[in-house]
Design a protein around this ligand. Structure first.
Ligand code: PMT
Length: 412
């Protein structure tokens, strides 16, 4: 199962006999769909060759400052990663992290990173029990570093006790779990993504540049947040995110019908990220239209507005729309929010190299009485931040509604 698809894991390997297990860890992370980059401490290279990790990760390996070719690799690596996992994390590496050192490449990457840091300690049981290590672990936990393990058992040094690195499969599961939150647990979400195609004749259509990347990232982020997700997608070249049910459609009319079918079976939250046609040919020719010597024209009529239709339903879900704009984001976004009658609009600037097709995006979120800019980031990460904001607003509204209902019942 590709439960880590599109996740970027930076694996730090520090010096210890358990480093041999990290080779299998890379293999399993990749088998789960993750992209993996490995940064070794100089001590780790005495246990496993960098080439082993290079072959298994399919990427170059960084092990000391001389590998920081641009002088900025440590920053780039920190920006690239969705998670940093250090396995094995030696007593020395834990001490460096606890004290904010940046004197090896791995420690510098950790210091420059803003994403969750997870460590899988591995060391002799007495080193693990030493007051200095206990203190370092407590410091790291205070800073929300996730400490996975160690397991207890027979050790390479012949002793027995806590200090064994967790097995690769347990670490892969822990990485996967670290991406899921319970923010949308039990919430049924319908997401639209991709373009629509409006037929002109059997071989031609009107469409747009949407790749589906943004909408698919939103569906995946909602799933990771614990929601039950149905994705209604226009024609794109992407695989359905794991655990998400998908319906493929072509035209705006088909997308509307698929969305209404999903909403009728239960939907708490609707997110319209699809680039749906505003206009479609008034009639599609059953036969291929022949080329003519002179100019010709096409009669267009409005396509159904899916977002506005869902927002106007009697038992409507909480609705979030997108807005693709070339200028005046805030103004157009507010206008669209009111015009379509939805709770939130996520507006993005579109144009050459912006919004459509790219892997990165920036979103301005607007809702009644508030707005927030989600700065330029990978669409996968941006989608997670969007889902956090949507979940907060959704929870706030539903809590408010429940309170109002209780109040009305109690005063009746
Ligand atoms: O797919 P990517 O390549 O990753 O690109 C992402 C994106 C730029 C397509 C995405 O971020 C985005 O902006 N999607 C909405 C595009 C759009 O149609 O914007 P709009 O401003 O025209 O529409 C406003 C809202 O109404 C949108 O939620 C849209 O889904 C909805 N709509 C529009 C027309 C229509 N007929 N029915 C609708 O439901």
């Amino acid at each position: 199962m590709n439960f880590l698809s599109q996740k970027r894991i930076l694996l730090g390997v520090s010096g210890g006999i358990a480093a041999y297990k990290s080779a299998e860890l890379v293999r399993q992370l990749r088998a789960a769909g993750a992209a993996v980059r490995v940064v070794m401490t100089p001590a780790a290279t005495g246990f496993v060759a960098a080439r082993t990790f290079q072959a298994l990760s399919g990427e170059r390996v960084w092990s000391d400052w001389s590998d920081d070719r641009s002088g900025m690799d440590h920053i780039e690596l920190a920006r690239w990663a969705d998670r940093i996992l250090i396995a094995p994390a030696s007593a020395d590496t834990l001490a460096r992290l606890a004290h904010g050192r940046a004197d090896d490449l791995l420690a510098a990457v950790c210091l420059a990173s803003t994403v969750p840091l997870c460590v899988a300690p591995a060391m002799n049981q007495a080193m693990w029990g030493n007051a200095a290590t206990r203190h370092n672990i407590a410091l790291l936990r205070e800073r929300n570093v996730q400490v996975w393990g160690p397991a207890a058992g027979a050790q390479a040094c012949g002793e027995s006790g806590p200090g064994r690195m967790l097995e690769p499969d347990a670490l892969v599961r822990a990485v996967a779990d670290s991406f899921s939150s319970e923010r949308l647990a039990g919430v049924r979400v319908v997401v639209t993504a991709g373009p629509t195609r409006e037929a002109i004749d059997p071989v031609r259509f009107i469409s747009n540049r949407s790749s589906g990347k943004m909408g698919y990232a939103v569906a995946q982020a909602a799933r990771e947040a614990g929601a039950q997700v149905a994705l209604v997608s226009g024609p794109v070249e992407l695989d359905a995110p794991d655990g998400v049910t998908r319906t493929m459609v072509e035209s705006a009319q088909e997308m509307l019908e698929a969305v209404l079918a999903e909403v009728s079976t239960g939907c708490d939250l609707f997110i319209g990220a699809a680039a749906v046609a505003d206009y479609r040919p008034a009639s599609a020719s059953a036969r291929k239209i022949k080329k003519r010597a002179d100019c010709t024209s096409l009669d267009l009529q409005p396509a159904p507005d899916i977002l506005a239709t869902v927002a106007a339903l009697e038992n409507r879900p909480f609705c979030v729309g997108f807005a693709a704009e070339t200028e005046q984001l805030q103004r157009h976004a507010q206008k669209k929010r009111l015009g379509k009658g939805v709770e939130m609009i996520a507006a993005n600037r579109v144009g050459k190299g912006l919004g459509f097709e790219t892997d990165q995006n920036e979103l301005l979120l607007v809702w009644e009485g508030g707005s927030q800019l989600l700065a330029m980031d990978a669409k996968t990460r941006l989608a997670r931040r969007l889902i956090e904001c949507v979940a907060d607003l959704y929870r706030h509204r539903t809590k408010h509604q429940d309170f109002a209902q209780d109040h009305a019942e109690n005063s009746a």
